[in-house]
Design a protein around this ligand. Sequence first.
Ligand code: UDP
Ligand code: MG
Length: 346
Amino acid sequence: MFHHENVCYSTREHGLRECGSNEATEMKLSVVVPVFNEESALPITLARIEPVLNGTSWDWELILIDDGSRDKSLPIMIDRAAADERLKIISFSRNFGHQAAITAGLDFASGDAVIIMDADLQDPPELIPQMLALHESGYDVVSPQRTSREGEGFFKRWTAACFYWLLRKGVDERVPPEVGDFRLLGRNVVDVLRQCREHQRFMRGLVAWVGFREAIVPFQRQPRAAGETKYPLLKMLRFAWTAITSFSALPLRLSIVVGMTSSGLAFLYFCWALYAALILKRTVQGWTSLVALQSLSVGIILLSLGLIGEYIANIYEESKQRPLYVVRTLTNLNRGNHFSIHSGIE
Ligand code: UDP
Ligand code: MG
């Protein structure tokens, strides 16, 4: 694997990067953590991540993305970053959402590998050494897979199961089930992801689309360390909808199937009506059937129109080519080391 200027290449086996001049430097890991109103969880999370990172043979940076938090998350981060410049902060001008925060983290990450993890310790940092070891042995993507979800209610588990089923069946079977945004991505994967600038973002789908070699590591998902989920039901449904419509035209095609089936049924009904009128000579009252057919077809037309509207809205959003996020301040980072296209801070 060649490094940025094609002068360095990595020897993953021992976490060292060899350069042209024979000197070996440490490989660097970037840990990207999106943060939205996590004042209660953040101190516990940082206290658990840092010792794990120090215990590896890798050099590291921890990029915290403040996604427009309205609580004390940002002051807590700034306080910590003042003491250790490996802690870096990207602070957004407002809430741009989880997926945009991850994107900003990838744009600024300078490591040879990036690990994305939540700020609430649902993703155990203790898994990091194992993920690094797998990366060193040649895997470009290392995906921890949840074998259980502690502290999550029946409803969340059930909706999540439906979501992953739908994703794999209808959208992309390369998306592994029960794998969230907690992942290790090699530099080659990150470089490709940074070129995907669509607004309807679903990172897991994008990672599957990029390809490369992937290792799966089973783990038990922990309950939140503190605070509340930032994904209430409506936001979760919107996320699922984005995941599906950004990757697949399945709903559009589905409306064609529904339309064809109902037209078929309507045709059969029409044949029966002709038979009843011409052969059986039964007087047909007509009104009920007309109303039924009318409402059925209007319903289907509206449904299909709605779906087409949804996709046109997506085209409209993408055509504006707005930045995916807006940065208000940077701490321990400079504007020079981010990806320049459309990232919103030029
Ligand atoms: N998050 C974010 N912006 C948002 C919502 C969430 O940056 O608009 C962060 C949040 O702080 C956490 C991660 O995304 O680090 C996942 O959110 P959460 O734990 O609330 O989701 P859940 O695990 O309940 O699905
Ligand atoms: Mg969580």
